[in-house]
Design a binder for this molecule. Sequence first.
Ligand code: HGY
Ligand code: MN
Ligand code: MN
Length: 424
Amino acid sequence: MFSLTISFNLHPNQERIQNNIEMLATMVDQSKPGWTRRPFTSWYKEGRAWLKQQMEQAGLQVSIDAGGNLIGRLSGSEEHLKPIMIGSHTDTVTGGGRFDGIIGVIAGIEIARRLQETGTTLRHTLEIVDFTAEEPSEFGISTIGSRSMVGNLTAEMLERTDQTGLVLDEGIRMIGGNPDEIYETARKTGDVSLYLELHIEQGPVLEQNNMKLGVVTGIVGIHRYRVIVEGKPNHAGTTPMNMRFDALTGASELVLELENLCKFTYSDPVVGTVGKFTNEPNGANVIPGRVIFELEVRSIDSEIIENIMSSFSKYAALVAAKRQLDISLDNLSKSDSIRVLPDVQDKIAAACSATGKTQYLPSGAGHDANQLASIAPVGMIFVPSREGRSHCPEEWTDFAEVALGVEALARALINFDQDYIERR
Ligand code: HGY
Ligand code: MN
Ligand code: MN
């Protein structure tokens, strides 16, 4: 296989990247803290329309697929080769930041601009994707667009509703998708040569080690559950302590047990979190009758997660019996952990090392790459997060660091395009 060494001339335009990030940051729900652009909202649709325009100006053929993913396509010189895909997401958590996911989509568009400006034609077709709703949604599912792209969005998931009664199927249609075609148009193994994603680290490692670029070695799997604890609401003043069926104190035992289970030392790191919690009727003088919370457990080893959840559900049964509560666990989603192929890591490492100080590290965050890994080799590049903060208004990465990440991604793209994929 020939490996043409071409001089790299796709240096990104840092000012343009900064302007793009700052522009998207204006398309948010200003009534919420930080930068909030939840999927299927007017701000999300505004951001999508702007991205479509940016993609078209960068010379990309733009389309929306069945799952509502926004896809910009640039044909390569060798049509028989399957596309290389660069993607991420532009939806945010509530009260989130300006960089999580966003820099990965902006990076793809900036690379398309540089290919156009330098008159560079890749051998492979290039696809730049803004995946629908990567963050955990009100439907209890995350990575909705990338799940759909690989045929991993079930009919049951499509029928789920959010708190406003919107059905996910409807939400996808609202942004131009067509759920009826999800299965027949899903990408299969071999349909994508390689998937690459640039993302902020969302942790402290690169900054602590004074590194500018991270070669991702693997991505955790995430199992999410909804727990419903049913007790009996009653008067807080007239109900003796030994006659209560308090859903909140029961739920509290479960929350602390999850923390307990995840604090043990396992063969691989584990984290467990209860981040979403509602108490009903939530009155100061009413014994809570029902608590609903969502939990997630993450690890690079899915078996460890399964074992923790088995222990947790046994403990929940004990609490239910002891307190005479009804406790139900409902699995919302499971994403598989992935390990990036060594030769993909090495090629990405070569591109990063040619760009800036680099180290290897795993991802404690989940990504659309988790889903794409079911049909294609995937690779990720991280840039530092200041103080390791993310999913909060304090999320920050210097624009110069973002630009370095874009350059490393562009170098990796050229390397893979010229000499890798067909040899696999
Ligand atoms: O939750 C995550 O790991 C990612 O930021 N969506
Ligand atoms: Mn996120
Ligand atoms: Mn993300």
